[in-house]
Design a protein around this ligand. Sequence first.
Ligand code: UDP
Ligand code: MG
Length: 332
Amino acid sequence: MLSVVVPCYNEEAGISECHRRLSAVLAQTGDPYELVYVEDGSRDRTHALLLALAEVDAHAVVVRLSRNFGHQAAVSAGLEVARGNAVVIIDADLQDPPEAVLDMVALWKAGSHVVYGVRIHRTGESRFKLWTAKAFYRLINRLSDIDIPLDTGDFRLMDRRVVEVLLHMPERHRLLRGMCAWAGFRQTPLPYRRAARYAGTTSYPLGRMINLALDGIVSFSTVPLRMLTFVGFGAAFLSLVGILYALGVRVLTQHWVPGWATLFVGVLFLSGLQMISLGIMGEYLGRVYTEVKQRPLVVIASVRRAGEPFPSPEHSWKGTAPPAENVARLLP
Ligand code: UDP
Ligand code: MG
């Protein structure tokens, strides 16, 4: 069976078209399939529309999160619920062409464990987004010991084995494409043309993009911490030069400089360095903190699957105090 995970956040305008196109493509494979829609706490009619879809199409599984947890967490919830031997992740806005899923399935059947989409063309995105995305991947590949292929997003097919690896990575700050690259196995690129959004607007404004980038760098690399050490050594060396100079002037000459400017610049520079260092340490410390809290990644409010009781007792809360075994579903 093939599962397709579709995270949806405020997608009421495009969700029906998305379902129509995905269903048409999946029917062509001839294999059994399920469409796992993860409704990520939308504020519009997305959930109602999804439930209506599930009413008429038994392939649709509707997962509802208890609030908006963000794209990466929504996809993680979808991976958790999906039951297929292979799982495809695709955006609800039809920027990733559903037709490419056919090629992914073919490559999977030919023996690939991961087939990741590589964007060869992106329409409808600002120059700024394209440029920053490129810079981000260059940076992360340089800083970390894994290689995230350039120009990939989360549009990909993963074999059940890879999905299990991801589900056993309980980290809270998730960059799925990085975790998937980390998991290894046989990974094959699939070039595709990225379209413009079918409807609605992007929910990845600049702030969220920066957060995602920071998560990626900090979760896959400790190089920034090491850089701090080097910067520290550099600053110490500079200070040594300064100290020797000051002593020399004081001892060997009669006219010692008042030196206000030097002092001022030195203090500003060093305190700036210290603040940056503290900030970088804070990034790591903050993440250690969220990891040790061991909270669940997402809270699944309900799962609607054809032929099974709704809300599914496996995933949904009963009453106001949720039982711990439900909360812990995503922990190893
Ligand atoms: N999405 C989500 N939760 C969020 C934000 C986005 O589930 O908090 C979904 C959204 O519905 C879409 C996908 O993630 O299916 C990608 O989001 P978007 O198209 O806004 O990002 P972009 O393609 O502009 O990077
Ligand atoms: Mg999009």
